[in-house]
Write a protein that binds this ligand. Structure first.
Ligand SMILES: [Zn+2]
Length: 88
């Protein structure tokens, strides 16, 4: 993982891992064997991101998949990050 965000150069705190090929039928394999033997093996190299750029990618992915969400908010405290409520 690079210490710098690949999109803007800020400090990276997240690792973006593509999940092409992930389906309901093989999801258990990811849990059983881990990312290294499943998603990381079959997808592009992971990308280091800052919180803002990670949120932007998540928003774009959700909108491209026609998935709606209620909000994206930051956690309390000083740590960079975010919380995505899955439902109320
Ligand atoms: Zn960034």
């Amino acid at each position: 993982m690079s210490p710098q965000c690949s999109d803007c150069g800020d400090n990276a705190k997240f690792l973006w891992v593509e999940a092409q090929g992930l389906r309901e039928a093989n999801f258990a394999e990811v849990l059983d064997h881990g990312l290294v033997e499943t998603l990381l093996k079959d997808n592009p190299e992971p990308t280091s991101l800052c919180a803002g750029c990670c949120i932007e990618r998540m928003s774009n992915a959700l909108e491209a998949g026609n998935i709606s969400y209620l909000e994206v908010c930051s956690p309390k405290g000083e740590a960079p990050g975010f919380v995505v409520p899955m439902g109320y």
